[in-house]
Ligand binder design. Sequence first.
Ligand SMILES: NC(=O)N[C@@H](CC(=O)O)C(=O)O
Ligand SMILES: [Zn+2]
Ligand SMILES: [Zn+2]
Length: 428
Amino acid sequence: MSLLIKGADLAGAGAGDLLVRDGVIVEAGAVSVPADAEVIDADGLVALPGLVDLHTHLREPGREDAETIASGSAAAAVGGYTAVLAMANTSPVTDTAEAAERVAELGQRAGLVDVQPVGAVTKGLAGEELAELGLMARSRARVRVFSDDGRCVADARVMRRALEYVKAFGGVVSQHSQDPRLAGPDACCHEGELSGRLGLPGWPAVAEESIVARDVMLARHTGSRVHVAHASTAGTVEVLRWAKAQGIAVTAEVTPHHLVLTTDLLAGYDPTFKVNPPLRPAEDVEALREALADGTIDAVATDHAPHARHDKEHAFVDAAFGMLGLETALSVVSDVMVRSGRLDWAGVARVMSVSPARIAGLTGHGRPLAVGEPANLTLVDPDATVTIDRQASHSLSRNNPWHGRTLTGAVHGTVLRGRPTVLKGALA
Ligand SMILES: NC(=O)N[C@@H](CC(=O)O)C(=O)O
Ligand SMILES: [Zn+2]
Ligand SMILES: [Zn+2]
């Protein structure tokens, strides 16, 4: 059984066919249809290497009412993803080899995307004692990305030791950059003129920027790799630009929501827009777009953060932080970055597949669409317009900040190791 993808624009490099057999691309260019082939007519579609999300919250184990590995995998596949990194802030936390192996196994069972567990940096995300980093790395789950996401590794000494430790096996620490002493326990909004007017306790931009600055210096000192999760301010971009010019091993991601949504959406106190780090002013959004286009920011990562209704539908100050992202990310990036000419489709492949796979050490993903490579790919209809409806989701949660918006560019199909997981926008 083989699969022929006919006439796609191959990551913006011109039209061609791809013949896939046993999960591998075996012919590329002009291919005649083999008798046994399933054919996908990809005329007018763009083929990208399968999308990779560096930052997904799947909530299993512990909060299966908000998301399961199966429901999150379905949302990911429909969003064009072939691999996701599952954050460690579950209950219990992914801080042991067994916990990581369990996540990977549930991902395999769901079978829609590769679910690669992220390991906690510290036991229980408590920020004090290092988790079993080496055991997680050597386990069957082969953990390479470590993060206490949801919390910052605030103690510089712990961060330094974590960086030294993961260096031995080529790991990376993904930091939720936020100084808890500057941000304060009640912060729930960007600190600025609007937070004052709304009477909401704010997070200053410097709470993020000071940790990013500290961590790039720790990366330089240790010679180890640090990754900045959900970069959200212009000051963070400046620090990253400086650090990269020095050759320091730092990478960074931006979320789709921080590329578009601004802090003034909080004027209606709608908790859908409550997220950590907070939505920022338009100047920050512009700096993030520019940084993504010029490579200062390496990747787009969703920070897909599903929350059950009874955690989200509260007064603003009491609601949970986070928003959905897996199903809409490609459309948002297409709409804001491609349509404006700031990224071409090769650029989208870079920021949504190639760079995330490289950062995470996933060797089977983010590969060129070429003979001999694993057939993980995403088919995009660049001209389709979609109006986002929060009810039409594979996620178990409904905290979708894009509800009601119309975006140009949509995922048409997803192929995982030669098997279509999504066709015509729906699970295959
Ligand atoms: N982004 C969020 O607002 N929430 C995340 C945690 C995080 O990414 O920091 C969550 O787990 O809900
Ligand atoms: Zn975070
Ligand atoms: Zn997160």
